[in-house]
Design a binder for this molecule. Structure first.
Ligand code: NDP
Ligand code: HSE
Length: 433
């Protein structure tokens, strides 16, 4: 009979916003975790960049090291919360090759090069878990990867970045400017080390790639994701959205198109004010998953921040530690479906277009004719209230019916070329109707 180990050696790579909370949970819950796992989880080292930097009192400074490679070599479980592609990738491959189980929150790495990690973990027969990489505390990776493995997922749609949700929410509810709101999100521990990854949509794109790969059993990398961030969203956009009964959210959408392909996109979008996603405030995330048999599922919770993320990491740590103690292994990569990844042009969506036009008879007819010429029909049209523009001009706010994105964007280009259109002031997609 194999005896259970008395303790499992846990290496922590990174001790910032998330790593510090991982230490806190591992320390505060040590006895409970030991009871749940069947062995104590002993932190044998914490790799950081600067061992001299000030740390939270919960961190035992004697465990700090700047030699992460040596640390992973003497570990059973490696928790990676340092972020970035390198040296995280090299360290995780080293840990895996050395037989350690890996738990990571690193969506940038998984979205960029997940298959390399999966293949290594498969070869070595060790666990690779990453619940914290998507939507912070919300159990989402496991439901998609395991609970829905017997169903056919058709669509994943939601808010997967806490920073941008916080920023858009502050702009909407308090009239804050974006730069100010980003600084607050950083102070709250939501933002990435470089918040450009949040505001440009790259963080959400990495998460969308991970979710799409799991949901559709195919490989989708971050580079496959159409990505627009929130830097172009203005206070005036927020006001126009309100005029048509919407709020602006940064959405990640991954969907099947026909039988053999998927399209994955991240962009700001208007959602109706009475849609559940409109009530997702601050750093919270919410994701709808649609599957043929299950129907629609909604996942909601804290999508960012040290403690919520640490909760998801600890869940994975308990799972991989239980496997060490009692046997078993988590799922390997499932990419058999090998679906094509289509351009956003093939996705179906709606647009809200704000045009500055000449304020004279016949203008609306010309605008409508241009839309009709592209096979795009108008759902609503109204004169926008705006502080901008002169007496000879009017701002028209059009919301289209659903159409292929390619047709909608071609329509916008054509409208911009009409002599009666002085400017295209704003174009945003509309989702969730
Ligand atoms: P931080 O920037 O706060 O912490 C990063 C930590 O990693 C620091 O302790 C840093 O050391 C260490 N580190 C960075 N590079 C190296 C290196 N080359 N060698 C050794 N140590 C290194 O990041 P977060 O804690 O916010 O995020 C960590 C990871 O978790 C990222 O992958 C992030 O995307 C992910 N994540 C973050 C969430 C959040 O809400 N913050 C939520 C979900 C996932 P030092 O302290 O010396 O600088
Ligand atoms: N920067 C990320 C966010 C952290 O704001 O959502 C959580 O993944």
């Amino acid at each position: 009979m194999v005896e259970s180990p008395q303790a499992l050696r846990v290496a922590l790579l990174g001790c910032g916003v998330v790593g510090t909370e991982v230490v806190r949970l591992l320390t505060a819950q040590a006895d409970d975790l030991a009871a749940r796992v069947g062995a104590r989880l002993e932190i044998v080292g914490i790799a950081v960049r600067d061992v001299q930097a000030p740390r939270d009192a919960v961190v035992d400074r004697a465990l700090l090291t700047d030699d992460a490679s040596a640390l992973v070599d003497r570990s059973d479980v490696v928790i990676e919360v340092m972020g970035g592609i390198e040296p995280a990738r090299t360290l995780l491959l080293r840990a895996i090759d050395g037989g350690a189980a890996v738990v990571t929150a690193n969506k940038a790495l998984l979205g960029h090069d997940g298959p390399t990690l999966y293949a290594a973990a498969d070869r070595a027969g060790v666990d690779l878990y990453f619940e914290a990489a998507v939507a912070g505390a919300i159990p989402l990776v496991r439901p998609v990867r395991e609970s829905l493995a017997g169903d056919r997922v058709t669509r994943v749609l939601g808010i997967v970045n806490g920073t941008t949700n916080y920023v858009l929410d502050e702009m909407t509810t308090k009239g804050l400017d974006a730069a100010q709101a980003v600084r607050q999100a950083q102070a709250l521990g939501f933002a990435e080390a470089d918040p450009t990854a949040d505001v440009e949509g790259h963080d959400a794109a990495a998460k969308a790639a991970i979710l799409a790969s799991l949901a559709f059993h195919t490989r989708v990398s971050t580079d496959d994701v159409h990505c627009e961030g929130i830097t172009g969203v203005t206070a005036q956009d927020v006001r126009w959205a309100a005029q048509t009964g919407h709020v602006i959210k940064l959405l990640a959408i991954a969907e099947r198109i026909g039988d053999g392909a998927v399209a994955v996109r991240v962009h700001p979008a208007l959602v109706p004010a009475d849609h559940p996603l409109a009530s997702v405030h601050g750093g919270f995330n919410a994701v709808f998953v649609e599957a043929e048999a299950a129907g629609e599922l909604m996942f909601y919770g804290r999508g960012a921040g040290g403690a919520p993320t640490a909760s998801a990491i600890l869940g994975d740590v308990v799972t991989v530690a239980r496997h060490r103690v009692g046997g078993g292994k988590g799922p390997v990569e499932s990419s058999y479906a090998d679906l094509g990844v289509l351009d956003i042009g093939e996705a179906t969506t709606r647009y809200q277009i704000v045009l500055r036009v000449a304020d004279r008879p016949g203008v609306l007819a010309q605008v409508s004719a241009e839309l009709a010429g592209h096979g795009v029909s108008i759902e609503t049209v109204r004169q926008a209230r705006s502080d901008l523009g002169g007496d000879e001009q009017a701002d028209l706010l059009l919301v289209t019916h659903a159409s292929r994105d390619a047709a909608l964007s071609a329509t916008v280009r054509a409208l911009a070329g009409l002599p009666v259109v002085d400017a295209v002031l704003s174009v945003l997609r509309v989702e969730g109707a």
